[in-house]
Design a protein around this ligand. Structure first.
Ligand SMILES: [Zn+2]
Length: 263
């Protein structure tokens, strides 16, 4: 992972590699290792790194608790989660190869988060969101087929401000006719080419529907639903077996919109 500016430094780094026996790329990152997390950073101040670690530990407990994953067994030592803190957005986008609109990304199979210290929202949005992705996927497993809105909604649920603000954003979208119903949302692709408006609406709807499912349809059922997904049942079947009144995604959409209109 060499940025353009670092190309000239390669011969020197190769020399260092010969002298120290460490791979060249490892020279870029400093490590902060604790029981559940290893934090990799470059120029970030040490007290910032310490705070990232402390907050990550707190969220780790809070997220498993608020998703009802009480029997979840956490990570230790060799399977610790890794958090890479890039120096800046430019560093994150270029050497981390990330989309310009994202402030962080999670790779649940490797228990890895890549992010950078943004000016706002790092501790109360980015960190809990990406940790939410990892904890959720570890719980449901990697074979489960899950709509992107559900997966993103679970992560958004960890960002408290967005959790509560999302219903209003969706209500407004219903009023002005931009609302994307769940069956369509399920096939909506928010790649780096998507417009900012669509990306924002996609995330707001995801946050709103998952909030609705947990708080209005019941948190016990939500955990039950996640367990069924873990067993490999397709999402529409799971809906039908967990919620007796909801036979498919259309029914879920209808119940959600009705709730938003009446609240
Ligand atoms: Zn996400």
């Amino acid at each position: 992972m060499f940025g353009r500016a670092q190309i000239k430094a390669i011969p020197l780094m190769l020399l260092v590699f010969v002298l120290t026996g460490l791979p060249a790329y490892a020279q870029n990152w400093q490590e902060f290792k604790r029981q559940h997390f290893i934090i990799y950073y470059k120029k970030a101040p040490y007290d910032f790194v310490e705070t990232v670690y402390e907050m990550a530990e707190e969220y780790y407990v809070e997220i498993t608790h608020n998703l009802g994953f009480t029997r979840y067994k956490g990570w230790n030592w060799e399977d610790r989660a890794k958090i890479y803190i890039y120096d800046s957005m430019e560093d994150y986008v270029e050497s981390g190869k990330q989309a310009g609109w994202s402030a962080g990304s999670a790779y649940p199979a490797d228990r890895t988060i890549r992010t950078f210290p943004s000016s706002h929202g790092f501790f109360d949005s980015t960190l809990p969101h990406e940790l939410g992705h990892i904890i959720f996927r570890e719980f449901v497993g990697f074979k489960a087929q899950i709509p992107a809105w559900f997966e993103e909604g679970v992560a958004m649920y960890q960002e408290k401000a967005k959790r509560w603000g999302a219903h209003d954003v969706v209500r407004k979208a219903i009023e002005d006719g931009t609302f994307v119903p769940l069956p369509e949302l399920t096939i909506t692709n928010v790649s780096y080419r998507a417009s900012a408006d669509l990306v924002n609406l996609f995330y707001a709807e995801s946050a709103s529907i998952v909030n609705f499912m947990i708080n209005e349809l019941g948190d016990q059922r939500f955990v039950y639903l996640c367990r069924k997904l873990k067993d490999g049942e397709p999402f529409p079947w799971v809906l039908d077996s967990v919620y007796s009144r909801l036979k498919n995604i259309d029914d879920l959409n209808e119940a959600w919109v009705k709730y938003l209109k009446n609240e």
